[in-house]
Design a protein around this ligand. Structure first.
Ligand code: GDD
Length: 370
């Protein structure tokens, strides 16, 4: 059985025979010096040079190093996503193989996530960050890509950075479908995160091997931005729409409850001859049962992995919330009838409406929640 580890470091590679042994050594060295128990996942896209045999040899003697060789769907971002899936720890670090990203900084990323950040972004464009030895053309392309990315994520100074760490929950279950180079954009656009920190770093152009960035990368990037915009619009409108959908259903169920409530109140008071407050209490309780059943099987049926797994516990919660609603309903009824002299059926309707608002808000945040 593999030992648990604190940090999974994902290194995507394609033809990195000059760098890979040295970067593994450097990453492992800095992490063990800092007492961080790491695993290193090299995710390779079927390199044609000696990258694969070199990593195989290291993995054979070093238990915390693993190699994943991909033969389909070639791509840097796709490889990182594959690394996320296979990683064993809850903190995931991504770093290039070519020493563009200084491995010495990894402990800062690790501490940032442990300190509560969901994402730690290595930034070239925040104070203290820089880029060394890039040709003008590359600088211009990068500035353009960054500026475009910042329209989507204005709070992040370097949303196209390839050096970042992320808490596993951010990406778990997120519909990441990246193409090309900008995996961080995909994580920011589709992951579930709230807090981030930026860690300045100086990007050093590779000394060994060549960049794999191609003209098609720009097209991939633009398509990816389009995908992120589409996703966030549907996420926003989708969730607003589904919420309204639930409010409307909850309202319709409430309406059915009003019929049950009013019908029983009338029947028990006028036909059975009960005192109107006693009739109201019975009518309200039976309408609570009616509403629970309909809400459970219809209004909130799309919510999976509910906090209360069993129907009975959900009913307990709904009943408790409804007791608050009942108190509100009764108080309004009493105040309007006995103090304001209103007709009891009208007063009851007002009580039901106020209790409805309370019931939806509290049940939505307590009973039917994941
Ligand atoms: N598995 C896999 N598949 N790895 C790849 C691929 C691929 O198709 N292409 C590149 N890599 C690996 C490289 O082996 C290296 O470890 C890392 O990804 C970066 O590759 P480079 O080709 O050197 O990237 P770059 O310097 O042009 O781009 C870097 O900077 C960009 C910001 O300007 C990367 O960090 C990008 O992620 C970053 O956006």
């Amino acid at each position: 059985m593999a030992e648990p580890c604190d940090l999974s470091v994902i290194i995507p590679t394609f033809n990195e025979e000059e760098n890979i042994a040295a970067i593994i050594d450097a990453v492992d060295g800095v992490l063990s010096q800092n007492g961080i128990h790491d695993e290193i996942l090299v995710v390779d896209d079927d390199s044609k040079d000696r990258t694969i045999p070199i990593v195989r040899e290291i993995a054979g003697r070093q238990e915390n190093v693993r190699l994943i060789v991909r033969r389909e769907d070639h791509g840097l971002s796709q490889s990182v996503v594959e690394g996320f899936r296979s990683a064993r720890s809850d903190i995931l670090q991504v770093i290039d193989a070519d020493f563009s990203h200084p491995p010495d900084l990894i402990p800062l990323f690790y501490e940032a996530i442990r300190g509560g950040a969901d994402i730690a972004v290595g930034s070239r464009y925040t104070k203290g960050g820089d880029i060394e030895a890039w040709p003008l053309k590359r600088r211009i392309i990068s500035l353009g890509a960054t500026a475009f990315g910042r329209i989507l994520f204005p709070e992040i100074t370097d949303p196209v950075s390839g050096f970042f760490a992320v808490r596993r929950q951010v990406v778990d279950g997120a519909p990441l479908a990246p193409r090309g180079y900008k995996i961080l954009m995909e994580v920011l656009g589709k992951g579930r995160w709230r807090t981030f920190v930026e860690i300045p770093f100086v990007f050093k152009d590779r000394e060994e091997g060549a960049s794999k960035l191609r003209a098609g990368t720009v097209i991939d990037y633009l398509r990816q931005c389009g995908g992120i915009v589409r996703f966030s619009v549907t996420r926003r409108t989708g969730s607003v729409w589904t919420e309204w959908n639930k409010v409307v259903r909850f309202g319709l169920v409430g309406l059915s409850g009003i019929f049950v409530n009013m019908g029983l109140l009338y029947a028990l008071t006028e036909i059975a001859g009960l005192y109107y407050l006693v009739s109201a209490a019975i009518a309200i309780e039976l309408s609570i049962v009616n509403n629970f059943v309909l809400n459970d099987v219809w209004t909130f049926r799309s919510i999976e992995n509910l906090k209360f797994e069993r129907k009975f516990s959900r009913f307990g919660s709904f009943q408790a919330v409804s007791m608050g609603g009942l108190a509100i309903n009764m108080a309004v009824l009493y105040l309007l009838v006995d103090i304001a002299g209103a007709y009891y059926l009208v007063a009851n309707l007002a009580g039901i409406l106020i209790a409805f608002a309370w019931n939806y808000a509290i049940n939505r945040h307590y009973t039917w929640v994941r």
